[in-house]
Design a protein around this ligand. Sequence first.
Ligand code: ZN
Length: 320
Amino acid sequence: MNKKLIGIDLGGTTAKFAILTEDGEIQQKWSIQTNINDDGKKIVPDIIESIKHRLSLYEMTSDEFIGIGMGTPGTVDREAGTVIGAYNLNWSTLQEIKKPIEEALNIPFILDNDANVAALGERWKGAGENAADVIFMTLGTGVGGGIIANSQLVHGVAGAAGEIGHMTIEPGGFECTCGKKGCLETVASATGVVKLARMMSEEYSGESTLKEMIDDGQVVTSKDVFDLAKGNDSFALLVVDKVCYYLGYACGDLGNILNPNHIVIGGGVSAAGDFLLEQVQKHFKEFAFPQVYQSTKIKLAQLGNEAGVIGAASLALQFK
Ligand code: ZN
């Protein structure tokens, strides 16, 4: 009998689950709301209950599974199976995850950081084409990332490797939530794009719907900026070019250091699609040296929000 994998993508609003074959094909998926009340004490019991419920629904037993992998916000101790500092889950103190889940379900359990897990997913079944060297960056409310080199996730000494969002791309630039200035996240996240547009609008004097919206005090989103640029708004085009310049700069340096097969861009901002990709590629060519820009491909993510559960499940392949 072919054994199955379980992948869990734990987030601040929902926990997504999937049962997959060992080839990474999703057979069942479901989600539950994340209950962060009471210091997030309900989260692990809710996960256990939900899996128990589904296994009985599908008439499956623990011994039919190779393992469970989970992606979580916060700083992960992979050996101990614990998480600390996941503030959107109200997990400020050390949380035991692996021990209670393995005890309750009798299935081997492994966890990693959510951005790393999404990187594994895109690498395995998405734009990464299962290559040995893949960098994933996700442009959402923040900018996250994961780096796979020689087929291994790079974790770093404190588990902080792959934090692409905190690459300095503008010394002395906007302040970042990390306490530093000029991080990629401050200009290429959904909020960063808007912040950049607001700053640039002060010096722009031509005709522009985007500038009018900003001057008028209207709510502007990063999607508005990209949509207006696609419609040839002259100022929106300048903003998008600047965002893509920063992304191309970051991709260039990542490429120069790691020369991956693919740099994969995902997250909400990447919904701008080929319009974004082509401009990032243009700037990437300015910042990557020839051997790198000829061999490293910049691509859009393909899995959307399934990357997390797929990548999480792939962690459990090591129990085979
Ligand atoms: Zn930062």
